[in-house]
Design a protein around this ligand. Structure first.
Ligand code: PLP
Length: 422
């Protein structure tokens, strides 16, 4: 209660802005994830690896725009590209452009895809990947997994679809990281068009799929003649060729999003040429694929420059090693407490669990200690760390090592200060 009272006292401008916003946005909010009781912190601007609140506080940005903010708020190469695109190309041209084909070629090369198509978001990428699978197989159902999040309406956190917007009978939910359940569900359900899975569940946050599980899902999808869709919207930044290259998977279709648009709204899906051909407009019976901003000039240009000049394979490898090292230090600090640290590479999940530090294989293993969870978030804010309320961290390329050291120190101090609770 004391920490919450300090939060309210410190963020009075945010409170005022929140009350005003609630007059036009339900709950003052346009992204549920950013909701926080009693009110969220309003950010005024970002610079480099930091964000600055309307209340005048500077935070080290560990939210990293849920992995899309990999390049930070003012990467000079991204900025110069956006400016020169505005000056020399203009905003979306209502036409096909070279910007789009060069980015497509590069992503295909990097992630070993035959063909790719762009969308406005990761949600849309999954929507189209599923539609392609349905047309290609002539079947209907989609197997997904408990705790899975594939975008706005495709959320299975409670083990059931959490949206009224999708037809429940089209979806079959199997247990994440449960090899037997995955096999029997995929192979014994009739009419399965696609199996859609994340290699690491972002919303967990960061529940890592085991290699054995992911390979079993891939093999069963093949057996069932279903399209195997790997959702790499979050995980494609975990290695030069995405998580699939680390685990040795060969999805039929992969969905992408986030940083691959250089920080501008972005999504893509791609893979096997024969599956993607369902969208080839030279075929009179092809599926339509529309989206006014699918090939928007800013995202195509910034995404290409980011992937070709900043996020080179070498940088992808070394930066994820930085994340691995940070996670190990946090895991060390968590030993013997209720804190559990999960994740892979540059994406980290911090949990406070009622039954103490343990490995998480499925969302049902996660019984949060809500008091500790909230206290941690509030105390990290006071220490100057902007972190998601759910406890996920997506590192920004320019975050200095000294801030990561400070984070480890802050976590250690927190665990000591609340020794009797943790
Ligand atoms: N799939 C996964 C694994 C995600 O993490 C997200 C977003 O967080 C999405 C899909 C949806 O992407 P977008 O928010 O761009 O619609």
């Amino acid at each position: 209660e004391a920490a919450k009272a300090r939060f309210v006292a410190r963020n009075q401008t945010s409170l005022k802005l929140h009350n005003e916003a609630a007059q036009s946005l339900p709950g003052g909010n346009t992204r549920s994830l950013l909701h926080n009781a009693p009110f969220p912190v309003y950010m005024e601007r970002g610079t480099g690896y930091q964000v600055i609140s309307e209340d005048g506080d500077t935070y080290t940005d560990l939210v990293g725009e849920l992995t899309a903010g990999l390049y930070g708020h003012s990467n000079p190469i991204i900025h110069a590209t956006l400016k020169s695109t505005l000056d020399n190309v203009g905003l979306s041209l209502g036409a096909t452009t070279k910007l789009e084909s060069q980015h497509a070629r590069l992503i295909c090369e990097r992630f070993q895809l035959d063909r790719i198509r762009f969308t406005n978001s990761g949600t849309e990428a999954n929507l189209h990947a599923i539609q392609a699978a349905r047309r290609f197989t002539g079947k209907r159902k989609v197997v997904v997994f408990t705790g899975g999040y594939h975008g706005a309406v495709f959320c299975f956190s409670s083990g059931k679809p959490a949206s009224n917007n999708i037809d429940l009978s089209d979806w079959v939910v199997a247990e994440y990281n449960n090899v037997e359940d995955a096999k029997s569900t995929i192979e014994s359900t009739s009419d399965v068009a696609a199996v859609l899975v994340e290699g690491m569940q972002g919303a967990g946050p960061c529940i890592v799929g085991t290699d054995e599980f992911l390979h079993a899902v891939q093999a069963s999808a093949k057996k069932a003649n279903a399209v195997f869709i790997l959702d790499e919207v979050m995980t494609s930044r975990l290695a030069p060729g995405g998580l699939q290259s680390v685990v040795g998977l060969k999805p039929d279709i992969t969905s992408f999003g986030k940083y691959l648009g250089g920080g501008i709204t972005f999504g893509a899906f791609g893979g096997r040429a024969d599956v993607m051909a369902v969208y080839d407009p030279r075929d009179g019976s092809a599926l339509a694929h529309s989206g006014t901003f699918n090939n928007n000039t800013l995202g195509m240009a910034a995404g290409f420059v980011g992937l070709s000049q900043i996020w080179t394979p070498e940088v992808a490898t070394s930066f994820n090693a930085v994340g691995d090292a940070l996670r190990k230090r946090l895991q060390g600090a968590a030993e013997g407490t209720k804190m559990t640290v999960t994740g892979r590479g540059s994406i980290i999940g911090i949990h406070f669990l009622q039954d103490g530090c343990k490995q998480l294989f499925d969302i049902k293993d996660r019984k949060d200690d809500p008091v500790l969870k909230e206290l941690f978030w509030l105390e990290m804010l006071e220490d100057g760390f902007w972190i998601t309320r759910r406890g996920s961290i997506a590192l920004i390329l320019s975050t200095p090592q000294s801030e990561m050291d400070r984070l480890v120190g802050g976590v250690e101090t927190f665990l000591k200060r609340y020794e009797r609770l943790v």
